[in-house]
Design a protein around this ligand. Structure first.
Ligand code: SF4
Length: 208
């Protein structure tokens, strides 16, 4: 018989390095576990509501995020805000947003496997303590880091998968990819994103 969600979360949180979300954040703020600490201005832990049912996980902070200490505030973040707003999802109150790594990779390169592993305890703690019902993985890096799959995002975006906490998890395109692919034609990345976000809204509503 499958374990109840509460029991599963308890089992997972027993394996966590931190006793609470605040403890994880405080540890991250002074973390020097990988070389990304060298060039950072800020540790970008999260934004939004820690009680949200919807969590969005991206790759890592860019320049704007590093300067402001908040995830998804640059051009890609502004597009994400618009996408959420178009489905009547309020970023501040209805989502909790974070990244796989908390410090900016130089030149916005993709974080290395070692850097993602060094940072893994924080994202694990965030998922366990926020305990969202729905998780969106924005882009291939978040997809690989969390679901540990090499499946191309173009093939599995928009599909719900079961995560170990009991949450439903869906890969979506990263908004920065949409900035480079502006077409809104049927079948374009933006069109797919619109279909996906409608599906997310439907799933959110079914949780009410
Ligand atoms: S990226 Fe993560 S592991 Fe690396 S220094 Fe920053 S908080 Fe620590």
């Amino acid at each position: 018989m499958p374990k109840p969600a509460k029991e599963k979360i308890q089992e997972i949180s027993n394996k966590l390095l931190y006793g609470s979300l605040d403890e994880a954040m405080n540890s991250a703020l002074t973390c020097r576990q990988c070389q990304l600490c060298e060039g950072r201005n800020s540790v970008v832990f999260a934004d939004g509501n820690p009680n949200a049912k919807l969590m969005i996980i991206g790759e890592g902070p860019g320049q704007q995020e590093d300067e402001q200490g908040l995830p998804f505030v640059g051009r890609a973040g502004q597009l994400l805000d618009k996408i959420l707003a178009s489905a009547n999802i309020d970023r501040k109150s209805e989502t909790y947003i974070c990244n796989v790594v908390k410090c900016r990779p130089p030149g916005n390169r993709v974080p290395s496997l070692e850097e993602m592993e060094a940072c893994r305890s924080y994202i694990e703690a965030q998922i366990a303590y926020v305990n969202p019902k729905l998780i969106l993985l924005a882009g291939a890096t978040a997809l690989g880091a969390i679901l540990k799959t090499k499946e191309p995002i173009s093939r599995i975006r928009g599909k719900w998968f079961d995560y170990k906490t009991g949450a439903k998890i869906m890969p979506i395109f990263h908004p920065s990819y949409l900035l480079r692919n502006d077409s809104k034609q049927v079948g374009s990345p933006k069109w797919h994103m619109w279909q996906d976000i409608k599906e997310v809204k439907k799933a959110l509503e079914s949780l009410q």
